[in-house]
Design a protein around this ligand. Sequence first.
Ligand code: NAD
Length: 379
Amino acid sequence: MDTFELMDEWGPEKVVCVSDRRSGMRGVLVIDNTARGMGKGGTRMSPTLDVQEVARLARTMTWKWAACDLYHGGAKAGILGDPRSPAKESVLRAFARALSNEVPSEYVFGLDMGLGELDAAILVDELGDRGAAVGLPASLGGLPYDQLGVTGFGVAEATEAAAHEIGLDLSGARVAVQGFGAVGQAAVERLGELGAVVTAVSTVCGAVVDPDGLDIARLARLRAAHGDECVVHYGGHLDPSVVLTVDTDILVPAAREDVVDADVATGTTARLVVEGANLPTTPAARKILFARGVALVPDFIANAGGIVAAAHSMDARHSPFTVDPATVTAMVSAKMRANAAEVVRRSLARGLPPHETAQEMAQDRVRAAMAARGQIARS
Ligand SMILES: NC(=O)c1ccc[n+]([C@@H]2O[C@H](COP(=O)([O-])OP(=O)(O)OC[C@H]3O[C@@H](n4cnc5c(N)ncnc54)[C@H](O)[C@@H]3O)[C@@H](O)[C@H]2O)c1
């Protein structure tokens, strides 16, 4: 594909392809649309990477930032290569040097497939600027957002705000959650704190159901000791899929894609579905839920806690102070609540399905920023 074919009304604004003979490094930086702010998105390393893939991911970031109402634009960087190669460090250093005109003024490295905290540290070291990457190890001032469970915490915050929009009080509402991993557990714990009655939880090993509410602390202890087997040790011998069909007010799929299918959508008693996982609802199921009047918070709104935290990292890059986790969770809470409520409200007002509503919200915001800058006609 010709690189010019990637360019449409939104972007990309800049595509920088780089290579280095000595290390064999080949990579690309795509800055998609910066109307709302500096381009930001992770840096990946993969043996099958191509420019088109990086451009598509950069465009996704343009919409994600705008849908979450955060003032960044879309960007993504990629290195073509095996992340397990012994030459990784020299390739990373060559990539950083090759992009020294763009980083950190126009792009900041971040973590994505094939890159970890120590790789971010290498990129920062090569450019001699702690602000050249986010996702740094704690020894360089990074905060382990995954361990803090920001995504699951955000899913729960979004759930309460969306429930409020449809006149459902989360306190006392029954919630069924598929998955008790990084996202599921943090979501369940926060939902419990917010007064929800978590009646059903599943892992790949089985499900536990208790109409009076599960003992969340016990389940968490069992997960720490037994991982996915926690549900079996809790006493659950049910098929994992029962969580999707159990009587509930709210359903939170937080494990796999395509699990809420047409049958689940037709049969569920839930008034609200909150997509903790990526792509858990099939397109057919989305239509059925919408026709049945079941509210839904789309994945890229509900599980965006990590990107809110990433935006905070961008902001904190040059701070000499250790990041306070409470500051991050407060930001995640505020953003997740506002976004979830807006999607549900706007979907109801416009009679538009939630995924389309979120996409429309994002495009409206980017278009407004482009118009404000005079890049397109002001309507
Ligand atoms: N971790 C994050 O920060 C993050 C951010 C955004 C989106 N997500 C998405 O959230 C989802 C979950 O990610 P995670 O990080 O919690 O993964 P994880 O591996 O930590 O946990 C996955 C959980 O799902 C369970 N599971 C798998 N198959 C199941 C099945 N058929 N039935 C019931 N449970 C099943 C596993 O047993 C486990 O409890 C994925 O779609 C992921 O892409 C994660």
